[in-house]
Design a protein around this ligand. Structure first.
Ligand code: HEC
Length: 193
């Protein structure tokens, strides 16, 4: 069941931080120093890597044999993922490093490989669900919705992937599942300030 992370990640994107306080920010004074940093988590550290570098192929309908979209997908294959990124077998990218830069380089930065190593070694924690990144395209846009209506719309989508399509702060938004015919129209509300 992957509905809840979607709800929370969308809320995290749509709500301004002062409306939805989410604990101390990483930059707050007294944050743990890098040396004493605890093990990476999926939602905070690993999901941005996997969604950015692996999910283009590792999703239903694409060339890779299994999806890497959710925490369960990635945790289930954690050891194997570590192996293939350590060996530089994945992402598939053949040119050896050190012979000039290629455009559209798929090679994973060393720091990302180390993050995956540390995550698998540290026990593959999920992390706070609201930290899960929601990929987006287009211009930044501030738009308010009644959170209950937003949740209703998102929860009635059957597929694992949910798209929220927005045009302007004054026009309705559209909630759609990937590959199902269902569309949910949601009216914006006026934001204070
Ligand atoms: C350009 C498309 C593409 C990208 C990007 C990609 N993969 Fe793959 N991946 C594949 C394909 C195709 C296979 C099947 C390869 C095979 O069986 O030889 C595969 C297989 C795998 C396997 C199984 C390997 C095995 O030995 O069976 C793992 C694990 C994996 N990928 C992890 C990842 C991870 C982690 C990333 C991101 C860091 C990633 N992949 C990025 C296309 C991709």
């Amino acid at each position: 069941m992957t509905t809840i992370p979607h709800v929370l990640s969308l809320f995290a994107v749509l709500w301004s931080p002062d409306l939805a306080p989410q604990g101390p920010s990483p930059k707050s004074p007294g944050a743990a120093p890098a040396a004493g940093k605890s093990a990476p988590t999926f939602t905070q550290d690993v999901a941005p890597i996997v969604l950015g570098h692996c999910a283009t192929c590792h999703r239903p309908g694409e060339v890779a044999p299994f999806p890497l979209l959710s925490f369960a997908d990635v945790q289930k294959r954690g050891k194997m993922i570590r192996q293939v990124v350590d060996d530089r077998f994945m992402p598939p990218w053949h040119p050896e490093p050190g012979y000039g830069e290629f455009r559209n380089c798929l090679r994973l930065p060393d720091a990302d490989v180390h993050t995956i190593d540390a995550w698998v070694e540290g026990g593959m924690a999920e992390g706070p669900k609201e930290a899960l990144p929601a990929p987006f395209a287009g211009e930044p846009l501030e738009i308010g919705f009644n959170p209950e209506f937003l949740r209703d719309g998102i929860e009635s989508v059957q597929s694992d992937e949910i798209q929220l399509k927005l045009i302007s702060p004054l026009r309705p938004g559209l909630i759609q599942g990937e590959g199902d015919d269902y569309s949910y129209l949601i009216m914006p509300i006026r934001l204070a300030g």
